[in-house]
Design a protein around this ligand. Structure first.
Ligand code: C2E
Ligand code: MG
Ligand code: MG
Ligand code: MG
Length: 289
C-alpha cells in the first residue's frame, strides 16, 4: 500500500516507502506492548430490529487507547496487526473482554447477543474453537449470546477448513455472520454450503441507497437470497432515516449505523438498557426515535 508504481505499473521502492515500513514495524511493536499493558478498549455498537427499533444485539469494535495519540480506530493499526501474529494476541484479548462484558450484562438481566470480528488467521488456528468454548465456560455465558463475524475473504482463503470451523462453532450454539457481504467474491453456489446464520450487507451498498437504484437492487437480491437460505439480514452503515425506512420496507431484519447509534463504551450502552428496560423480562432496551 505504500509502494509506488511508475507509469508502466512497475513497483518502485522509494526511500519514503522504506521509511513508512519501518514506522509500521515500530507501531506493531508498540501495539504488542500496548495490548499487554491493557491499552485496548472495546466499543459496542447496537443493532436494532428494523421494524420495532428495539436493540437486538451489539457488535464489539476494538480501539487502541494510545498514551500519546489518543483513541485510535482499528483502521490505523489492524491492517498491520493482520499481517503479523499480533492479530492472534489482539483477538484473544477482544474475545475475552467481549465474553466477559456479555456475561456481566447477562447476569444483570440483559440478554444482549454480542458479536466479535474474527480474522482469517485466528480462525485458521486449531485452538480457535476450543479457546472460544473455554471462555464461554469460564464466564458461564450461554453460547446463544455470542456471535462471530467473518468476512467473505476469510472464508475463501481456505473454504473447507473455514466451513468445518464455522460448523463446530455453530454446533456449540454460537451464531455466525458473514461480514461486509457483497464486497468479496463468494460464489453464490458456495453460500448454501456455508454453516452461517446471518448476512451483513456491506455499508457501501447501504449508503445513499435511496438515490441509487443499482444499490437498492443489490440489497433486494441479497434479501431474496437470505430468505431462501433462511438467514437473518443485517444492513450496516445506516446513516439516515430514509435509508432506515427503506431497508425495513425491503425486509432487512436488523439495522446498524450512526443514525441509530454510534459505537460506545459498555457503560454508556448499559445505562441505555437500564433507562428503558422494564427489568422484569430481562429484555434489552426499547429506544424511541
Ligand atoms: P466492520 O466489522 O464492518 O464494522 C463496522 C464498521 O463501520 C465500524 O468501524 C463502525 O464504527 C462503522 N460504522 C458503523 N455505522 C456506521 C455508519 O453509519 N457510517 C459509517 N461511515 N460507518 C459506520 P470501525 O469500528 O472503525 O471498525 C472497522 C473495521 O475494523 C470493522 O468493520 C472490522 O472489520 C474491523 N474490526 C473492528 N474491531 C475488530 C476486532 O476486534 N477484530 C477484528 N479482527 N477486526 C475488527
Ligand atoms: Mg463486523
Ligand atoms: Mg461489517
Ligand atoms: Mg464493514
Amino acid at each position: 500500500r505504500n509502494a509506488k508504481r511508475d507509469r508502466t505499473g512497475v513497483v518502485v521502492w522509494t526511500a519514503e516507502t522504506a521509511t513508512t515500513h519501518r514506522a509500521d514495524l515500530r507501531q506493531l511493536t508498540e501495539l504488542r506492548t500496548g495490548i499487554r499493558a491493557g491499552h485496548l478498549r472495546l466499543h459496542y455498537q447496537p443493532l436494532y430490529r428494523a421494524r420495532s427499533r428495539e436493540i437486538d444485539g451489539a457488535e464489539a469494535l476494538v480501539r487502541w487507547q494510545h498514551p500519546q495519540r489518543g483513541m485510535l480506530p482499528p483502521g490505523v493499526f489492524l491492517p498491520d496487526a493482520e499481517r503479523s501474529d499480533v492479530i492472534l494476541e489482539l483477538t484473544d484479548w477482544v474475545l475475552a473482554e467481549a465474553v466477559h462484558q456479555t456475561a456481566l450484562w447477562h447476569r444483570a438481566g440483559f440478554d444482549v447477543p454480542v458479536s466479535v470480528n474474527l480474522s482469517a488467521a485466528y480462525l485458521a488456528q486449531d485452538r480457535a474453537v476450543p479457546t472460544i468454548l473455554a471462555l464461554l465456560d469460564l464466564e458461564r455465558l450461554p453460547a446463544r449470546l455470542l456471535m462471530v463475524e467473518i468476512t467473505e475473504t476469510a472464508v475463501l482463503t481456505r473454504p473447507d477448513q473455514a466451513a468445518a470451523r464455522l460448523a463446530a462453532i455453530r454446533a456449540a450454539g454460537i451464531r455466525v455472520a458473514i461480514d461486509d457481504f457483497g464486497t468479496g467474491y463468494t460464489s453464490l453456489g458456495l453460500l448454501p454450503e456455508l454453516p452461517i446464520d446471518e448476512l451483513k450487507i456491506d455499508r457501501s451498498f447501504v449508503m445513499r441507497m435511496h438515490d441509487s437504484p443499482a444499490r437498492a437492487t443489490i440489497i433486494d437480491s441479497v434479501i431474496a437470497i437470505a430468505r431462501s437460505l433462511d438467514l437473518t439480514v443485517v444492513a450496516e452503515g445506516v446513516e439516515d432515516e430514509p435509508t432506515a425506512a427503506a431497508l425495513a420496507e425491503a425486509g432487512v431484519d436488523l439495522l446498524q449505523g450512526y443514525h441509530l447509534d454510534r459505537p460506545q463504551p459498555a457503560d454508556q450502552l448499559e445505562s441505555k438498557f437500564t433507562q428503558s428496560s422494564d427489568g422484569s423480562t430481562g429484555h434489552p432496551a426499547l429506544v424511541g426515535f
